[in-house]
Design a protein around this ligand. Structure first.
Ligand SMILES: O=C(O)C1=C[C@@H](OP(=O)(O)O)[C@@H](O)[C@H](O)C1
Ligand SMILES: C=C(OP(=O)(O)O)C(=O)O
Length: 434
């Protein structure tokens, strides 16, 4: 591996992977711990918080709204202000690259007694926001944005809200969580359902903080007006970060890798189901529960993979892992077909188009479809230079591909990796044998 300059990074074929690693804390749980800790009464402590750029954007937003958050490098201490204790920020809140920050904050800020403007980087300002703006408006919210409320910057004029019953057309934890957060303040009940269950970290954490929430297979119901109580939270390792090492462990020869302390919430383990169905050797060891979330150590070994069909309820359960699943598919025997994954087109970049372009550069035959792609696996990948498209998961996926590509893979614009996994390249270097 060589670091050619700050913005570009290259990986080369390795002869094996050995060892044990831990991956940084879960990004979704880290966001929610700041949000709920800030509006709870009393102290919340968070250990294992992910200090990536996305989560720091959320942390800065709450500091700007008057919340004292101390970080000694180990534990965050959040001095919660209660449901109605946030104050109007003096400036625009910059959510950076983080869809979770802007969409969840929109729900949380719509019922405040003040005015806020949320913006983000050039990637975030292209992503769809009407999916949260529209149902929040039905609750009585006043939110403006470019293109009739579709795009950030978003301006939120806080108002009293009323609960609604909303059947979301997309399986999106960000939509669900935005409405649940608004529902904490709204008169009456706020009910949200979705086609397939998306990650349920909000439901679990709402319960942990004592919110009036009911969860059933058909959705979540929140009753407004109840104060939350500060709690201690331990954030498990992010399975979305572990995913890069799971795929590396499967595709690199002579690999055996133990990834410790990974969150295995069933709404997030689509990657394990998919890779196992492809023939991957993946074992869950020492399963336990931490702060209401299931956790395990995951052992992965080199495996011969085969192509499969991926669609249905596993898609939201693996939504952020598709770029690296595409890399596994590119090295599997036969064809992998991904369907019902249109959401990939509205992430940090269009992840279907980005992975199709990048895998073609590595010599793979890929057919794009409106809601997915077909990938014909091959024995080895060709060396190539590709773009990250400003998307952390595209960058890391292609660096995993470089571990088995003749001549390696160079990825330009890799600074984006810092949004979710600042220590990624260091960990790759630690475990790979040249
Ligand atoms: O709620 C969350 O923490 C997230 C939900 C997902 O987005 P969608 O809700 O848009 O599917 C996921 O892609 C994102 O990385 C994190
Ligand atoms: C889609 C992602 O995050 P967000 O929507 O929070 O930007 C991701 O981390 O892959």
């Amino acid at each position: 591996m060589t670091e050619t300059c700050v913005q570009t990074y290259a990986t080369r074929p390795v002869t094996g992977i050995r060892g044990e690693i831990t991956v940084p804390g879960d990004k979704s749980i880290s966001h929610r711990s700041i949000m709920l800790g800030s509006i709870a009464r009393g102290m919340t402590t968070v250990r294992g918080f992910l200090r990536g750029e996305d989560n720091i954007a959320t942390l800065n937003a709450f500091r700007a709204m008057g919340v004292t958050i101390d970080d000694d490098g180990e534990t965050l201490k959040i001095a919660g202000k209660g449901l109605h204790g946030l104050v109007e920020p003096f400036d625009v809140i910059d959510c950076g690259n983080s869809g979770t920050s802007i969409r969840l904050l929109t729900g949380l800020l719509a019922p405040q007694r003040f005015y806020t403007v949320l913006t983000g980087d050039r990637y975030l300002r292209r992503r769809p926001m009407r999916r949260v703006v529209e149902p929040l408006a039905r609750m009585g919210a006043t939110i403006f944005g470019r293109e009739g409320g579709e795009k950030a910057p978003l301006t939120i004029v806080g108002r009293e809200l009323s609960g609604i019953s909303y059947d979301s057309p997309v399986s999106s934890a960000q939509v669900k969580s935005a409405l649940m957060l608004a529902g904490l303040y709204a008169a009456g009940e706020t009910r949200v359902t979705e086609p397939y269950l998306s990650r349920d970290h909000s439901e679990r954490m709402f319960r942990h903080f004592g919110a009036d929430v009911e969860v059933s297979p058909s959705g979540a119901v929140v009753r407004g007006g109840r104060e939350l109580e500060g709690r201690d939270i331990v954030v498990p390792g992010d399975i979305s970060s572990a995913a890069f090492f799971l795929v590396a462990g499967l595709i690199v020869p002579n690999a055996e890798l133990l990834i410790r302390g990974v969150g295995i919430n069933p709404t997030r383990t689509g990657i394990l189901d998919i890779l196992s169905a492809m023939g991957g050797s993946i074992e869950l060891l020492d399963q336990r529960e931490v702060s209401g979330e299931p956790v395990a150590d995951i052992l992965v070994r080199s495996s011969r993979l085969k192509g499969i069909e991926i669609a249905g309820d596993v898609v939201p359960r693996a939504i952020d892992e598709f770029p690296v699943i595409c890399v596994a598919a590119a090295l599997a025997e036969g064809r992998t077909v991904i369907r019902e994954a249109r959401e990939l087109r509205v992430k940090e970049t269009d992840r279907i188009a980005a992975m199709a372009t990048n895998l073609r550069a590595a010599g793979v035959t890929v057919t794009e479809t409106a809601d997915g792609m077909e990938i014909d696996g091959r024995e080895r990948l060709d060396g190539c230079t590709v773009e990250s498209f400003g998307d952390h998961r595209i960058a890391m996926s292609m660096l995993v591909a470089g571990l088995v590509a003749t001549g390696g893979v160079t990825v330009s614009d890799v600074a984006c990796i810092g949004t979710s996994f600042p220590s990624f390249t260091r960990l790759v270097e630690r475990i790979c044998a040249g």
